[in-house]
Ligand binder design. Structure first.
Ligand SMILES: [Ca+2]
Ligand SMILES: [Ca+2]
Ligand SMILES: [Ca+2]
Ligand SMILES: [Ca+2]
Length: 132
């Protein structure tokens, strides 16, 4: 009896946690301000690419204009998928392609923009990691 009660409590905690995960649209709204220079409340692909170019430069302290596995480590990126020419580094074009793919995944309604609610999804968080 005690065990099943504990499981029930745990399940409702998990449900509560899931509800909390769905909520932080406010935090995401604050976060996308810097990514949204035209201030329309959503991030377009060109805004994402512009932010991604800054991020790329920040990830590349040695300034050789490519990211090796170590430099890309802090970003949620599938390195081998982002390195189609398999030279062991991600160059700017490859990084832009990874952003385009992540953007598409983060835009399930395919309206060409990622809004705060879409940024709050796992795919949105992945995109955010690439550009912020
Ligand atoms: Ca915008
Ligand atoms: Ca580098
Ligand atoms: Ca490459
Ligand atoms: Ca959208």
């Amino acid at each position: 009896m005690a065990v099943s009660l504990r499981i029930t409590t745990y399940a409702s905690l998990v449900a509560l946690g899931a509800a909390c995960v769905a909520l932080p649209a406010f935090a995401a709204t604050a976060n996308i301000k810097a990514l949204d220079p035209d201030n329309d409340g959503t991030v377009s692909l060109s805004e994402a690419q512009a932010a991604g170019a800054h991020k790329f430069a920040a990830l590349d302290p040695d300034g050789d204009r490519t990211l090796d596995a170590k430099e890309a480590k802090s970003v949620l990126i599938d390195f081998s998928a982002a390195d189609p020419d398999k030279d062991g580094t991600i160059d700017k074009a490859e990084y832009a392609a990874a952003i385009a793919a992540a953007f598409k995944a983060a835009d399930p309604d395919a309206d060409g923009t990622v809004d705060a609610a879409e940024f709050a999804t796992p795919a949105g968080q992945k995109l955010l990691g690439l550009i912020q």
